[in-house]
Design a protein. Sequence first.
Lengths: 125, 692
Amino acid sequence: MASAIDEFFEELGRRGHEPLLAKATATVRFEITQGLCTEHWYVSITKGDLTVSRENLSATSVVRASRDLFDRAARGEENLLAAMLRGEVLVEGNPAVPMVFQRLLPGPHGPAVRQLATAGRGRRA
Amino acid sequence: MNDDSIKILSGNMFVVSDSRGDIDASPSDPTGLFSDDTRFLSTWLLSIDGKRLSSLSVDNLRYYQARFFLVAGGGEVYVDAKLSVIRERLVSDGFREDVTILNHDGKAVDLTVRVEAGCDFADLFEVKDALAKKGTYYSRIENGSLLLGYTRESFKRQTSISASTPAHVDGRGLTFDVHLEPKQEWATQLKVTPNVILLTGRAVPLTPEELRREAGVETPSVPQDLRNWLEQAPRLECDWDPLRHTYQRSLEDLAALRYTPMAGMGQNLPAAGLPWFMTIFGRDSILTSLQALPFQPELATTTLRILAAMQGTRRDDFRDEEPGRILHEMRYGETTAFGERPHSPYFGTADATPLFVVLLDEYERWSGDVQLARELEFEARAALNWIDEYGDLMGNGYLSYRRRNEQTGLENQCWKDSWNSISYRDGRLPGFPRATCELQGYVYDAKLRGARLARLFWNDTGLADELERDAEDLKRRFNRDFWIGDRQYFALGLDADGSQIDALSSNIGHLLWSGIVDADKADAIVRHLFGPALFSGWGVRSLSSVETRYNPVGYHIGTIWPFDNSFIAWGLRRYGYENEAARIAAGILHAATYFGGRLPEAFAGYDRTRVEYPAQYPTASSPQAWSTGAPLLFLRTMLGLETSGENLVVNPAIPKQLGHIELLDIPGRWGRIDAYGRGSVEMDEQYPSAVT
């Protein structure tokens, strides 16, 4: 069975476009470590347009952490910024990347709301 | 930290020492070298032959640089002045200190020069609340550098200390054997770098320069950066010298308070203040950017972009996060890292979200930067959405707050965020939720401004119409529900039952700024603002002196806040009370002369007739961003600067004593324009005059 973080990336890849990333253009390689094993997720963002794959490609930023930590983050039980300050999430390249992805992950009391920009009563999706 | 402490700072890093340049911090004392909310030096003592030095004088040359003139010995009536010592320190790419010793004697001397160093790696929250540490310490000598470190699980911080000349390094400092011939001098440079130690063992310097390098942004040197900053700002010519001085001081302090957040792609925004608030605050960064708009408009750009990039997206009760909410505060220290504090980031503020929309619109009006107004459409809509969907906790059509994080969240989520700031006249504290009055003003303003943005730049007249209808309805209800008819002012707020929290407070002045006050009620509000209960002679008190909880040295319950007064003055101008706005400006600007042109966060609310100088609030932050911004906003209100379409309108109302004021090269959608005015408004208060 796929773990929570794998499910997150698979679902992210199906979105095609993510409004929360509309200002981002970057490539990020996630390195998910478990014992001696490292698995990869590669995310390419061009103004919110997404491609996600399991390839081990070179990227402008790299985010590395244990599978356990990534899984907890994907279940809304862990905060990536706090984990980065603790040294459990390692970032090479742009230090803003964990913040960007934290906003896509669920919180402890619900999923990230993607349809944020629906101001005005009765106009919500 | 006492008043003769010497502070230098540059964005994320600051150093607070005594007048000798020494640091000898107690656990609860905010002195030392701090970076990213962590203390990286708590002991830093210079001695010669085992004796500490005595201070002759200090030059606080620039915000990032200080020079200490010292002599050897001390404690005696006559100081033996055959040796003098100069410590010159700089915060730029770490902390550097040049120590120079001069032998004035006719004889050669052999000296043992010692720098004692130590670090407790306290989180600023631990300093504030005197909490105990949970990790372990080490010290190590590596390649001639002293490494002081702290480890708690994977959290590792380290201070590296090195010297440019040979030294004996031990676990507690560096010792130099110095031989000086007559009239000879000796010098060494000490370099202190705060580091994060990654799991891989790599040490990453925690400096703004390093963050910008990581983000690929080119960094001018700190002195060059300050020169550029000052050259961009309008030039002030005026008769009254203290105003020129205060203006210069404000511009430099604002430069010093620019902060490079880790998640900010190397961009700057104003941090809130030294020593407690050197971080991103939603409210403080927005209000300071508003104050500085006619002077340094790019602060607004980065503030808006960074707050947008960190806008809430999900519910997280520990962090009081909700979709669309603008953050309150970000912290980088150990307590945040381990989830003992919620600041990663913390969202517990009710005003930053509407104020975000207010700033975006005001910024576009000045700059004509249509692109940013379009770029941030998504976030501005999300903010407007948050107000109605998450902010109306009582379902009565008013923005209110109640923390979800009952342990470490903020009880009061308005600018008066101390525990006792919101009370009834009889001193009781209301239950939650609380809907304070100024929040309703901000929402009213945000909706009207949001409507303008929607109509002009988002191509959504439907939303614009809806927001305008909402705003008009809010104004009508507000003037009915918050108005205390028999006292002729607006209640501080509504409590959980919808009853009025009936204290008289400075918040009524913010209502003028937002425009939510019915025209026929404005006279009564102005009478209260200048009545003896609120007006001290220097400015408007945060809480009126007739309230039960009033205390002239209580943080939000009687002190005078320069920033608060600057927005009140803006509100007075909005309703056509330009002479009254000038009176507020005169009071606060004269108060600034007692603080060397650097207005503190707050000062005491004593009557001016009783205390002839404004007494500083004991633990006030200084410099404080929105106090630094207050003189800038007063220049705007005195000159009556407003935008009108593509033009800048100038309509001066300047206190007579201030004489002539010229503000040259004001940046905006018009390019650069000059504004002039001559003092004409007679004051009730007596002030020293610039013109005879």
